[in-house]
Ligand binder design. Structure first.
Ligand code: SF4
Length: 263
């Protein structure tokens, strides 16, 4: 059986799809969003970090490895511990990250195992992988949480470090296949929440077979400390004011979407 690099498994997750879920976080992401809340997920290899703790006036250093190699069966053992909660709540498994599609073969094997166990599966994805690979796993996934960030390709390159062409193409493939999709839109003031970007998003979405739900994910700066520990450049953005979130919510509601603030 295949192995992959996982950096966390969260039991009893409530915001990553319907019901009570087990969320498996894959390490490695092909994007570099300047506002990433999980910077420890971007590098695909395990990483050593040092934390400082002050006890009784003395400073102690504690090292920790983020990310560990796990076999498909080991991940399944963790997932299946929660089966009773899935059954009682209509929940299941969510694969998140990082980007699960970056470890495509490992993800596919996990999805096949989940389907053998008759579990509901959700993929939380930035959508960047070859369209052929993407199409080959559509039937194994019940719900997609699909990140849609910036429509203008130059701006996508500027803030995220890569083109969005394949991402948009893959979202089109999903919609045409009538898959259940929730769009996740990170609200980053002056970057994603501009009038232009929202207008372009609505236009892009209106050309797809209808999607019904959008979650607005407000930027927060709780990851600042993690950037320091990982020695990664930290970009500071403003948190969106409630009035901005409310107005974006209203724009999408008027366009016919069900909108939730938060994941
Ligand atoms: S897609 Fe998600 S995990 Fe990847 S860099 Fe962007 S915010 Fe971070």
């Amino acid at each position: 059986m295949r192995k992959g690099i996982i950096f966390d498994i969260k039991h009893f997750a409530m915001h990553d799809g319907p019901g009570i879920r087990t969320t498996v976080f894959f390490k490695g992401c092909p994007l570099s969003c300047q506002w990433c809340h999980n910077p420890e997920s971007i590098d695909s290899k395990p990483q050593k970090i040092t934390k400082q703790k002050i006890l009784d006036g003395k400073t102690f250093e504690q090292t920790e490895i983020i990310g560990k190699e796990m076999k498909v069966q080991e991940v399944m053992t963790e997932i299946l511990k929660d089966r009773i909660f899935f059954e009682q709540s209509g929940g299941g498994v969510t694969f998140s990250g990082g980007e699960p599609l970056l470890q495509f073969d490992f993800l596919k094997e996990l999805l096949l195992e989940c389907k053998k166990e008759n579990l509901h599966t959700t993929l939380d994805t930035c959508g960047l992988t070859s369209s052929e690979a993407f199409e080959s796993i559509l039937d194994l996934i019940d719900l997609f949480l699909f990140d849609l960030k910036i429509i203008n390709d130059d701006l996508h390159n500027k803030y995220i470090g890569t083109s969005n062409k394949t991402i948009l193409k893959n979202l089109g493939i999903l919609a045409k296949n009538r898959k259940e999709i929730i769009i996740r839109f990170p609200v980053i003031p002056e970057v994603t929440s501009t009038e232009n970007n929202i207008k372009e998003m609505l236009k892009f979405l209106s050309n797809l077979p209808p999607l019904t739900e959008i979650n607005l994910l407000p930027y927060h700066n709780i990851a600042a400390e993690k950037y320091k520990r990982l020695n990664i450049k930290y970009y500071e953005f403003q948190k969106p004011a409630q009035v901005i979130l409310d107005s974006i919510q209203q724009i999408f509601i008027k366009a016919g979407y069900k909108v939730k603030i938060g994941g």
